[in-house]
Each structure stands twice: as structure tokens, then as C-alpha cells.
Design a protein. Structure first.
Length: 176
């Protein structure tokens, strides 16, 4: 994996480059950055500060963020398949129609996140904060929600989410 400075990625993105596969970024400081349709496949970001950014329709398959603030980020229709976003600030993130299949979001703060029609099949949301999150028609087959904070959530309606008997609910029991 090649280590790349985030400013270099921003400059190359501005000149039309979209593919940055298997790169390591030590510090991504991009407040309100616009990186729509960027490809950061199997990339590793040690410290991501990207609040209010726009990564809509980005291909972020296998992305690992070790520490980060992605509050208020637009990830509309983004592909985050098998991404690792453990204990990341994802407050008010827009993940509508995003694919998070097999993603690890353990302990992340997804309060007031919009996950409408997101694919969360097989995702790990153990201990995640989902207070106020919108999970309308989210696909939750084989998703682990054990210990996730869903109570007092105004917009959460798991009856409209697509669960099956492999979905682990916040109390540790399988969905029935």
C-alpha cells in the first residue's frame, strides 16, 4: 500500500482523477470537501476529519477509518461494503440507499443518521448509537444490533426495516 498525502488526493481529484485504490492516508482534513464518486477501495485513513463533506455515490469498499469525524457527511448511495468504521462520529450522516453490507460500525455514533433503504446485511452495529436514526426499509438481515441504542429514537421503526431470524436485536435476542 502506498502512503499518499490527502492534499495530493484533493488536487488529483480536482484534475479529474477518481481512483485511489489501496492507499494509506495519515491525516484527511477535508471540512466540507466535495469528493462525489471518489474511489477509495481498500484504503486506510488513520485520522479522518471530513464533517459536512459530500462523498455521495463514492466507492469506499473495504475502507478502514481508524479515528474520525464524519458528522453531517453525505454518503448517499455510497458503497461501503465491508468498511471498518469502528467508533467513528457519524452523527446526522446521510446514508440513504448506501450499501454497508458486512460493514463494521461497532460503537460508532449514528445518532440522527438517515439510513433509509440502506443495505446493512451482515453489518456489525454492536454498541452503536442509533438514537433518532431513520431505518425505514433498511435491510437488516444477519445484522448485529446487540447493545445498540435505539430507545427514545423518534424516527426508528424496526417494523418497517427488513429483518429476519438472523438479525440480532439490541437485547441480544434474534428477531422474531
Amino acid at each position: 500500500m502506498e502512503t499518499v498525502d490527502f492534499q495530493v488526493i484533493l488536487e488529483q481529484y480536482q484534475s479529474g482523477e477518481r481512483q485511489f485504490h489501496s492507499v494509506v492516508i495519515d491525516e484527511a482534513d477535508g471540512f466540507e470537501c466535495d469528493l462525489q464518486r471518489i474511489e477509495l477501495i481498500d484504503a486506510v485513513i488513520s485520522n479522518a476529519y471530513l464533517p459536512y463533506g459530500n462523498l455521495s455515490r463514492a466507492n469506499l469498499r473495504g475502507l478502514t477509518i481508524k479515528r474520525g469525524n464524519l458528522g453531517d457527511v453525505k454518503l448517499f448511495s455510497a458503497d461501503l461494503t465491508k468498511a471498518i468504521l469502528v467508533e467513528i462520529n457519524l452523527i446526522r450522516v446521510d446514508l440513504r440507499y448506501a450499501c454497508l453490507e458486512g460493514a463494521n460500525l461497532q460503537g460508532s455514533d449514528l445518532s440522527n443518521a438517515d439510513l433509509q433503504e440502506a443495505n446493512l446485511r451482515g453489518a456489525n452495529l454492536r454498541g452503536a448509537n442509533l438514537k433518532g436514526a431513520n431505518l425505514f426499509q433498511a435491510q437488516l438481515e444477519a445484522t448485529c444490533l446487540q447493545g445498540a441504542a435505539l430507545f427514545r429514537a423518534v424516527n426508528v421503526d424496526l417494523s418497517a426495516a427488513i429483518c429476519d431470524r438472523s438479525t440480532i436485536m439490541p437485547d441480544g435476542h434474534y428477531y422474531s
